[in-house]
Design a protein around this ligand. Structure first.
Ligand SMILES: CC(C)(COP(=O)(O)OP(=O)(O)OC[C@H]1O[C@@H](n2cnc3c(N)ncnc32)[C@H](O)[C@@H]1OP(=O)(O)O)[C@@H](O)C(=O)NCCC(=O)NCCS
Length: 163
């Protein structure tokens, strides 16, 4: 579905649920960070791709925060949505919640922001249609992401100068 002037974040939001198995754990029986990052990258890329309908690549992952350990046997719920769209790039926010299936207790375990770039048929960055936030939450995420995108671009410029 399209809104006037672009797509809504809810049009491309993605939710996934996994069971944390021993093969995704570290030696202490809690989630191995890299396994969670792989899931985050996966759901976030699907949200970006649903938004733009093109091939997308991960350009960067930042503000990745592990707030709570996830235990083997927990349900892991990932929610991804496009926060902001620039010219060819999209910022996607992901929230990871751990749920204890027996007690029903849940808590936000991890959050992250990822940048995806849309590629055209020549495999070069290509323009993406705008995002139109509608709800109060979507508008807040959009405004916060706008500030982060500006800061990220400044940082990238500075990093390029230093190389
Ligand atoms: C991401 C990539 C396509 C950008 O190519 P590029 O030649 O630097 O492109 P540009 O300089 O024209 O930048 C294109 C957009 O990417 C953004 N971008 C580039 N590098 C970025 C980074 N490290 N973090 C966040 N955004 C980035 C730019 O800000 C720009 O955004 P805008 O068009 O919305 O303003 C290129 O660096 C690449 O292919 N990287 C490897 C991706 C990959 O293999 N990912 C892992 C597996 S999916």
């Amino acid at each position: 579905m399209r809104s006037e002037g672009g797509k809504r974040p809810s049009d491309s939001a993605v939710e996934a649920r996994y069971l944390l198995m021993p093969q995704q754990a570290n030696p202490y029986g809690t989630a191995f960070g890299g396994a969670i990052v792989a899931w985050i990258d996966m759901v976030a890329s699907m949200a970006a791709q649903k938004h733009c309908g093109k091939e997308v690549v991960t350009a960067g992952i930042d503000s990745l925060t592990f707030k709570e350990p996830i235990q083997v046997g927990d349900h892991v719920v990932l929610k991804a949505c496009v926060n902001y769209v620039s010219r060819t790039s999209m910022e996607v926010g992901v929230q990871v919640t751990r749920e204890e299936p027996v007690s029903g207790k849940s808590a936000v375990a991890t959050t992250a922001h990822l940048t995806f770039v849309a590629l055209g048929e020549n495999k070069r960055p290509c323009p993406v249609e705008p995002i139109v936030p509608e709800t109060e939450d979507e508008k807040r995420r959009y405004e916060n992401a706008k500030v982060r995108v500006k800061a990220r671009k400044e940082l990238l410029k500075q990093m390029k100068r230093e190389v």
